[in-house]
Design a protein around this ligand. Sequence first.
Ligand SMILES: [Zn+2]
Length: 224
Amino acid sequence: MPRLFLFLCVLALLSCTSQPSESTGAGAGTGAKSTLVIPADEASAEERAEIESALREIESVAAELSAPRDFHRLPVIVTTAENFTDHPAACVSENGEGRFILLKPSVIEQEKEERKSGRHSALLRVLLHEIGHCYFGREHETAQIQSPGYVIEIESAAGPIYYHSLDVSVMVKESLVIPTPLERYYVAELLGLTRAESLADIAAFAPLKYLPIEKPALRADKAL
Ligand SMILES: [Zn+2]
């Protein structure tokens, strides 16, 4: 019997979060003087190239969706500083305004691991999530889609990926990766262009199949 569970995406326990700046002493309201000190960027040249590539990728997808956006307005800082967040990443804000996106080196390390599989991206997921906080004022949510009794199979260039459920949005904070075939969907959702209510809505962006859980089979008996 195929051990489908072995292939299911294991979601990391870590989570990135929106973290109001703890360092600001500026009062609320317009005109408040900023006291936020943006930490020095510790990214290596390679890490900086990775981040720039991911940002350009997101902007490219947005442009393809006829909704071009500039996601370079806020700096993306790689830092080991611990005083902003306990999480791997954060949108650091001040007076309710996003000031910069913080990444810890662990995010880049995870991206390197995910890239070996060719099925998921951690860096795109984390950047999209923090862009959601910083650029769109999005909060965390829990919405997921599943098909009870079935495992969802998504075809990727590196082979099939299996899920019990799919996040409706990158703002579901428990997930630290996105399946690479669904990048376009998640960008579109973030931009407010779509919002999946069923797997068929997601299938419009990437081919999906269902595999029954009770009788696992190598071949899907239902396809979207
Ligand atoms: Zn968050």
